[in-house]
Design a protein around this ligand. Structure first.
Ligand SMILES: NC(=O)c1ccc[n+]([C@@H]2O[C@H](COP(=O)([O-])OP(=O)(O)OC[C@H]3O[C@@H](n4cnc5c(N)ncnc54)[C@H](OP(=O)(O)O)[C@@H]3O)[C@@H](O)[C@H]2O)c1
Ligand SMILES: *[C@@H]1O[C@H](CO)[C@@H](O)[C@H](O)[C@H]1NC(C)=O
Length: 292
């Protein structure tokens, strides 16, 4: 009897979990219509593609990055694609005063905020750790502390709207990868901060969802330039990646995995056979092609 219960209870649990998950709401583009959304790092790459998807869905968009000329072009394209409105603010996320001012601009423009998409990353190197502690600190400011700053500044508006925070991270924020030591550290930090904060939101009945996005290699210009000739893995398309992030955020999912199997399977191996996973990862590199 005891043994039967030990088997039956988890089995019934599994069935229930399956029914619960398959009964979940589907994504509809209309979900983002008229919503007020900030996208950081939207002058290029995945952030730029997220801005275009949101524009097609009819959102109000505020984008940011350092390069004003690029932001102006993205804003113009967003308006062509059907954005309810599109604005930009340019500046450097190394500066926490600037990070605050992005959220304040949204407040001035709209007086409310539904979705905060934290996506920008500072420029780093793709090579063995160069022992430059100053660079690690600077990258933590850009990739981590500015995310925290923007979140804190946006909390009152997000509480009011029952809004969402979307944090774009990486498989390198869950598993160690060579040649991205400082970057990986900043992405692990995001997981610690936002996964803990999510717990507190639930305990305090704060209706703000937090979605952490675990991305594999994506075919953005900067990423392709960095890894070409060294990383053997193939890259997934940035357009589809951008859409999956928005869908996961709108559905208030805990985490997004893109591409699903190439990120989910390593994570399943991680906890049971970490040395095997490390070995599989190391085999993906042509070390002799590293720039030095
Ligand atoms: N591509 C991949 O393979 C991959 C894989 C896993 C995770 N991800 C994650 O996906 C996100 C987007 O990656 P991506 O490949 O699309 O990046 P990207 O093409 O290099 O774009 C980075 C964006 O951040 C902005 N940025 C850079 N430094 C900044 C600073 N100091 N202050 C403010 N903005 C700054 C850039 O614009 P300016 O230069 O004009 O400032 C640009 O808009 C990142 O969080 C990244 O970690 C990417
Ligand atoms: C939380 O916010 C979402 C989206 O704004 C809303 O659909 C949901 O009903 C809210 N939940 C509660 C408990 O207020």
């Amino acid at each position: 009897m005891g043994l039967l219960q030990k088997i039956l209870v988890p089995f019934a649990g599994l069935i229930l979990a399956f029914c619960f998950y398959s009964g979940k709401e589907d994504f509809k583009p209309g979900m983002l219509k008229g919503k007020h959304v900030i996208v950081t790092g939207a002058s290029a790459g995945i952030g730029e593609q997220m801005a275009y998807h949101l524009a097609r869905m009819g959102s109000h968009i505020l984008i940011t990055a350092r390069t004003e000329g690029k932001l102006q072009k993205v804003v113009a394209r967003c308006l062509e694609l059907g954005a309810a409105s599109a604005s930009y603010i340019n500046g450097n996320m190394e500066d926490m005063t600037f990070a605050q001012s992005v959220v304040k601009k949204a407040e001035d423009l709209w007086g409310s905020l539904d979705m905060l998409i934290l996506n920008h990353v500072g420029v780093s190197y793709f090579n063995y750790f160069n022992r430059d502690v100053g660079h690690v600190q600077k990258l933590l400011d850009i990739n981590f502390l500015s995310y925290v700053t923007m979140t804190v500044t946006a909390l009152p508006m997000l509480k009011n709207s029952g809004g969402s925070i979307i944090v774009v991270s990486s498989l390198a924020g869950k598993v160690g990868f060579p040649f991205v030591v400082p970057y990986s550290a900043t992405k692990f930090a995001l997981d610690g901060f936002f996964s803990s904060l999510r717990q507190e939101f639930v305990m305090q009945n704060t209706n703000i969802s937090i979605t952490l996005c675990i991305l594999g290699l994506i075919d953005t210009e900067n990423a392709m330039k960095a890894v070409s000739g060294v990383l053997k893995s193939s890259a997934a398309p940035k357009e589809e990646c951008a859409l999956e992030i928005i869908k996961g955020g709108a559905l208030r999912q805990r985490e997004v995995y893109y591409e699903y199997f190439s990120t989910k399977i390593p994570l399943l191996i991680r906890d049971w056979a970490p040395n095997l996973l490390d070995y599989i990862i190391r085999r993906e590199y042509n070390v002799e092609n590293l720039n030095n």
